[in-house]
Design a protein around this ligand. Structure first.
Ligand SMILES: [Fe+2]
Ligand SMILES: [Fe+2]
Length: 494
């Protein structure tokens, strides 16, 4: 009964929190909805060259209709983006980005149609391509759908219908939207830049038979067929060409960790990694090994391997503040010999906080900043706790003063880094001779983290943890070039 009441209050609290988050999101993005609706309406009026007439008595109704329709469309986009991105904790950023890309693509499409005097010249795929890379496939689909509706509203409300017939306009919208959907279906955000570009340029070819068929369906058998094909293909190729600079601009502006950026950050000539290599070589080598382990684990459980590798490379940058206090950077001199355990442990545990500060100063993506802080969770520093216990003459010693400040890992990748980091550090200190002992040690290290409830705040499952353990068991010996004695295992198993 008490448990039921507790569960109910927990559910109610979660609902309240969700409502608060949604209200906060609506408040912080409503200005974007207004700005987008005004921008679309003003541009629509400007492009059909009747801006000055827009507020006359006879036009006021059409202008209002255009604004209200845009407002409703962007409000729906606002709710849709929240639904798709609330798990990432970046809904506000993602909505702003989606809105900006929708406006840019709308303006580019309207300008292209009007200037080229061909309604098939619709580079709708600009938004699709950028959003697949910077957010995800579902948000890209949503933006494409919004653009289709916006085009239809624009042509229905504006004088554009005097220039283009509505059936021709609808055919052009269908062709270009299907092209964007096909690109969305075939592109993959883990593609290299060249592969992404080639796929974006080749995919529109598949839609050209539809362009020919729809043009013929309008009883147009003139040279228009050729122009429609040329402009439909040309618009989508143009979208592929402007995609790269737009991604570069927006990944920097919104500090987004897409795969292109993660690969750049993993480049060992990056200034922060170069500093780590020269000032804390032991930590640098440890981070590279953790990177290999984390990448393999992330692939094994369906997480982003590039993010895992990148997070591992930077997880210990906080040690740059005082590298000599960490065992991997010591040779003969150990400064902890001259310090009391309380001071030693504060030097050790503060590297997560310094890491977070340094990562923010270097504008690393927020996912990596969080992992710098979370990768030890609230684990105790066992060595110094035991040392303090031996020095204490009587009574108990609170373990709280000897633990990391947390928070615990909040994502699956943070949990992977925690496991890989712990195992790598332990195995670097001592690599068992036999396979049995090696596996038992890894199981023990992970079990300790489970007993300390370090994975309680992230969505990782026991199945994921089993896969991560197995992956590390297989991969680590090859990275360390260790020779585990299988003969001993066979003998002992006889
Ligand atoms: Fe660390
Ligand atoms: Fe580490």
């Amino acid at each position: 009964m008490i448990d039921d009441v507790k569960d109910l209050s927990r559910v109610e609290k979660a609902k309240q929190l969700a409502r608060k988050e949604f209200t906060n999101y609506l408040g912080k993005t409503f200005i974007a909805v207004i700005v987008a609706s005004v921008a679309v309406t003003v541009f629509a009026l400007f492009i059909v060259n009747r801006f000055l007439n827009a507020f006359t008595a006879e036009r006021a109704l059409i202008t209002t209709g255009l604004f209200v329709s845009s407002l409703v469309i962007f409000l729906l986009l606002q709710i849709g983006v929240y639904k798709y991105t609330k798990q990432n904790g970046s809904s506000i950023r993602d909505f702003w980005l989606t809105t900006i890309m929708t406006i840019i693509t709308f303006i580019a499409t309207m300008a292209a149609c009007t200037l080229l005097d061909n309604v098939y010249a619709m580079p709708i795929a600009i938004a699709t391509l950028v959003l697949i890379e910077l957010i995800d496939r579902r948000t890209a689909t949503l933006a494409t759908a919004v653009l289709c509706v916006l085009m239809m509203v624009f042509f229905l409300f504006s004088d554009g219908t005097k220039v283009f017939d509505i059936p021709v306009v609808l055919s052009a919208i269908v062709c270009n939207c299907m092209c964007a959907v096909l690109i969305n279906f075939l592109e993959h955000k883990h593609y290299s830049r060249l592969k992404f570009l080639i796929a974006a340029m080749l995919t529109p070819l598949a839609m050209q038979p539809l362009v020919v068929t729809l043009t013929l369906a309008h009883s147009d058998i003139s040279i228009t067929i050729l122009w429609n094909v040329v402009w439909c293909y040309g618009a989508n190729v143009a979208a592929a060409l402007v995609f790269m600079p737009l991604v570069a601009i927006f990944e920097g502006m919104f500090n987004i960790a897409d795969d292109f950026r993660l690969n750049e950050l993993c480049n060992l000539s990056n200034p922060l990694l170069k500093r780590l290599a020269s000032e804390a070589p032991g930590t640098f080598n440890h981070s590279l090994v953790v990177g290999n382990l984390a990448e393999a684990c992330a692939s094994a459980i369906g997480e982003n391997p590039n993010m895992a590798r990148c997070a591992a490379y930077y997880h210990d940058i906080g040690k740059l503040k005082a590298p000599i206090y960490f065992s991997e950077n010591q040779s003969s001199y150990n400064p902890h010999d001259e310090l009391i355990p309380e001071v030693s442990v504060s030097m050790i545990t503060s590297h997560t906080l310094f890491g977070e500060i340094l990562a923010k100063q270097n504008r690393l993506p927020k996912e990596i900043v969080a992992i710098c802080r979370e990768h030890h969770g609230t684990s105790p520093v066992g060595y110094f706790y035991r040392k303090a216990l031996t020095l204490k003459e009587e009574g108990d010693l609170a373990v709280d003063k000897y633990t990391y400040a947390g928070p615990k890992p909040q994502t699956k990748i943070a949990a992977i880094i925690m496991v890989a980091d712990t195992i790598e550090a332990a195995m670097r200190a001592y690599m068992p001779d036999t396979r049995e002992e090696y596996e038992a040690r890894i199981n023990k290290l992970v079990d300790e983290k489970l007993e300390l409830r370090q994975f309680d705040e992230c969505p990782i499952t026991m199945g994921d943890i089993a896969i991560i353990k197995q992956t590390i068991i297989e991969v680590l010996p090859s990275i360390h070039h260790s020779r585990i004695n299988y003969d001993k295992k066979r003998k002992s198993s006889k």
